[in-house]
Ligand binder design. Structure first.
Ligand code: F58
Length: 842
């Protein structure tokens, strides 16, 4: 009955408040008890925490499902334009707590569980993270889905249902060990298998040309191997608005039996190969962060989920429309980095081969549909596929890429042939999609996209002036910036309930969907009472983290010490090595001057290293080794503690951000495209210690330089050194005794009986024998200024009231960094979607 009038019903705020369904606690309680009995034939007392988690999740799913149906019906009826956010990664984390939060059912559910004698945290802890991503890029996709649903925009996330997500990290003898993440072992209560939307994806074989009766050529792929793509849908619950969008992740299944096409009938070995292809395809997420590995299976994964998603988008559109030419009025594809870029030739293929459009028509549709986000300027992260691999795996797609390239090269020639001072061949060398035996995915994404965006202002400016300069010159109107953001629903409301409650008491709860309202806290920054309350909350959160560290690391940390935190993927450009070298330096100082003034510090690290990244893994070992020495040296009286938190992930991140005093954002300027951890710390009242890199620049702009600790080379200085042959770390090593001492300690047995163990790290800083320039990431160059900034941190922390003021101002000025703002900018400036509103009913 509610379907007809479900959409766009205007109501006054007062009516809205009345309309809001209240969470029915009695129903939830009965539902849990029923589910435990029905699923496990047990009473609550007999059920395990995992079983109760499952039961509670199904109860919450019951609440979600009606809204999900209503939302999808409203979309059917209104036929709004949709964004398909195409991404190899969605780092969702846990769903139960998040869904309860967004249903505004968290408090009620907590009370129900309490009445049943259960702790909601224990129940939430039963859920494995959905870790279908590496780091920033994957978590950004997850935050975007949350914001899209909360703002009421029609959206699909399209991705892969990896059977194993990001590996679990164990630390053994100080070394990282990767353990498979079997996240589906107990099943996923929130997912829905949708076999009715299965698609067939074809790999390999060859392309034949057939001429039809009208003399038109048709291209058909023959002798291929096929895989069936089966979608699983996950609900994406908007906050308090009844909207539920869909994250659709694809599983691969074999075609079953020997259903090869007629050409291959009876080819037994091919049939076996086809079985195997399906079996391995979606097994595992590649665990590289900001590094391109170039594995054949990775390209297969890309084409697999893209082909299935693009086929579905076109079919869905054609179920309601008859004119494919108007596709871009209803559909837009946002490509999350270059990984989904085969969407461009795949859409072209469908339009050319299945809808028989001419090239120009198909190109017009494709270029009005696809938009591309760049997340890195690091050369080693840029995707370049060998042409032989690409053309063998995707023969028809490759033909289309060749034609896109041929036309683009022609366009370059036309534009520059007669321009004084321009070497056309040089332009082609730098810009072509196919060059030197490689397919350059970023070039294809720019040439075929109607929008190219960077993820923070500085990053976008560097794209325009350096890395993508030639493309910016040719297509300036395509380039735009969308500074990243994070969802305050997970990273404050769920992750830091004490601070969330305090903020709401002070400024009301509108910040939950309108983060800039949090600026109401500014007027309290000088208020002694507010400062005290704030510091008490921080203290409670530090106790919570201290307890976690005691349980997981068996290390005692002092909650009155400064919690100085660096949590993010391990990469040389992020400079965890500089951080730990500085800890080694402080330790040297304390040993040399036992009575020096020193405010106790806890240095907290959390980071996964890509499995094959030697220096990253060695840095983890170094941190743990330093921790062992420092933590067990009674002579420094516990003034320094070093903690490496095992298996840093979305769930423990929430606990870590809430407890941080200092947020380490110390990448080599120009290298971190944006960063998003920096924003999560800020929102939780930690003060940034960082370089002017990525979004740090904008954070400082919002909060004021006096409320952050900024140090180091600027991005212009770094770029200048790089363009002029680097700098000489030896000179610093030779002239600065403090630096020389810590660098030598890497190889003199201070930290390891095996003096050669850390030699590769030592070499990375000094040795010109390595293929790279020495100290590529300017660690020695920035060390002094980092150490000075750290001194200022200590002095500032001694002034408790001053610190509290700065920390409160950080929270108060974090409004810009909500992903709600980012998504609104994507909508206004790239996607042009309309909001859908629903009437809510129970
Ligand atoms: C990150 N990239 C950026 N890539 O490094 C970070 O500055 C930015 O805030 C974030 O994206 C969101 O825009 C990143 O996380 C990856 O993990 C890729 C995974 C797949 C292989 C290549 C790197």
């Amino acid at each position: 009955a509610c379907e007809e009038d479900a959409v766009n019903t205007e109501s006054t705020p007062a009516e809205k408040a009345e309309e809001k369904p209240v969470f029915d606690k009695e129903l939830f309680k009965r539902s849990i008890l029923y589910n435990v009995m029905n699923m496990y034939r047990k009473n609550l007392e007999e059920a395990t925490p995992q079983q109760i988690f499952q039961a509670a999740s199904y109860s919450i799913k019951d609440r979600v499902i009606g809204n999900w149906m209503n939302t999808q019906k409203a979309y059917e009826k209104e036929d709004p334009k949709m964004v398909y956010y195409m991404s190899m990664e969605f780092l969702m984390g846990r769903a139960l707590g998040n869904n309860m939060i967004n249903l505004e059912a968290y408090q009620g559910a907590k009370e129900v569980l309490e009445e049943l004698g259960l702790d909601i945290n224990v129940i939430e802890d039963q859920e494995p993270d959905a870790a279908l991503g590496n780091g920033g890029l994957g978590r950004l996709a997850a935050c975007f889905l949350d914001s899209l649903a909360t703002l009421g925009y029609p959206a699909y996330g399209c991705g892969i249902r990896y059977r194993y997500g990001m590996f679990k990290q164990e630390i053994r003898d100080g070394f990282q060990v990767e353990v498979p993440d079997n996240w589906l072992a107990e099943g996923n209560p929130f997912e829905l298998r949708r076999p009715e939307y299965a698609k067939v994806v074809k790999f390999g074989g060859h392309v034949s040309v057939r001429c039809d009766e009208n003399g038109r050529n048709h291209f058909v792929q023959e002798g291929y191997q096929a895989v069936r793509a089966i979608p699983y849908d996950l609900p994406i619950v908007g906050y308090g608005n009844g909207i539920v969008n869909t994250l659709r992740i694809w599983d691969a299944e074999s075609m079953g039996g020997f259903q090869l096409d007629s050409f291959d009938k009876g080819d037994y070995s091919k049939a076996v190969e086809q079985e195997n292809l399906a079996r391995n395809l979606v097994d595992v997420l590649y665990p590289n962060d900001n590094h391109y590995a170039g594995k054949e299976l990775r390209l297969k994964q890309q084409y697999f989920f893209i082909s299935a998603s693009v086929q579905e988008a076109v079919e869905k559109y054609m179920r309601k429309h008859d004119d494919i030419h108007r596709f871009p009025e209803k559909v837009t594809f946002q490509l999350n980095d270059t990984h989904p870029t085969v969407a461009i030739p795949e859409l072209m293929r469908i339009l050319l081969d299945e809808y028989n459009l001419g090239w120009d028509e198909a190109w017009d549709i494709t270029t009005r549909t696809c938009a591309y986000t760049n997340h890195t300027i690091m050369a080693e992260a840029l995707e370049k596929w060998p042409i032989d691999l690409f053309s063998r795996l995707l023969p028809r797609i490759y033909q289309i890429v060749e034609e896109i390239n041929r036309r683009f090269v022609q366009q370059i020639e036309e534009k520059y042939a007669h321009v004084y001072n321009v070497n056309v061949q040089e332009k082609i060398r730098k810009m072509a999609i196919l060059y030197d035996g490689q397919v350059k995915m970023a070039h294809m994404a720019i040439v075929a996209g109607y929008s190219v965006n960077g993820v923070a202002r500085l990053h976008t400016e560097i794209l325009k002036s350096e890395e993508l300069r030639d493309f910016y010159e040719m297509f300036p109107e395509r380039f735009n910036n969308k500074t990243n953001g994070i969802t305050q629903r997970r990273f404050l409301l769920h992750g830091n309930p004490l601070l969330a409650q305090w903020v709401t008491e002070k400024v009301g709860d509108s910040w939950i969907t309108d983060l800039p309202q949090i600026s109401g806290l500014k007027k309290l920054a000088d208020d002694a009472e507010a400062q005290k309350e704030f510091m008490e909350i921080k203290y409670q959160n530090k106790l919570r983290l201290a307890k976690y560290i005691k349980e997981h690391n068996d290390i005692e940390v002092d909650p009155n010490s400064i919690f100085d935190v660096q949590v993010k993927r391990l990469h040389e450009y992020k400079r965890q090595l500089m951080n730990i070298l500085h800890v080694m330096h402080l330790y040297n100082e304390l040993k040399a001057h036992p009575d020096m003034e020193f405010f106790p510090r806890t240095f907290i690290f959390g980071a996964k290293a890509a499995a094959g990244y030697r220096n990253a893994k060695l840095t983890i070992k170094l941190i743990n080794t330093v921790a062992d020495v420092v933590n067990n040296d009674a002579s420094i009286k516990g003034k320094i503690k070093v903690v490496f938190i095992e298996n840093y992930n979305v769930s423990n991140a929430e606990i870590i951000f809430a407890a941080a005093d200092v947020s380490e954002q110390i990448s080599t300027a120009s290298k971190e495209a944006s960063g998003t951890g920096n924003m999560k710390f800020m929102l939780n009242g930690a003060i940034t210690l960082g370089t002017l890199d990525g979004a740090n620049v904008e954070i400082v702009e919002e909060v004021g330089r006096e409320n952050a600790f900024i140090f180091g080379l600027s991005s212009n200085e770094v770029i200048h050194f790089e363009n002029n042959g680097g700098y000489d770390p030896m000179q610093i090593f030779n002239t600065d005794a403090d630096i020389r001492k810590v660098v030598n300690q890497l190889i003199d047995g201070t930290y390891s009986a095996d003096k050669e163990l850390f030699r590769p790290l030592y070499n990375s800083l000094l040795n010109t024998l390595s293929t790279n320039r020495a100290d590529t990431y300017f660690i020695l160059k920035d060390f002094k200024s980092y150490a000075e900034a750290q001194k200022k941190v200590e002095a500032a922390y001694r002034d408790r009231s001053g610190w509290a003021k700065s920390a409160i101002l950080n929270v108060a000025c974090s409004g810009k960094f909500t992903s709600d703002r980012t998504i609104q900018q994507y909508v206004d400036e790239i996607w042009h979607l309309d909001k859908v509103t629903l009437q809510q009913n129970g």
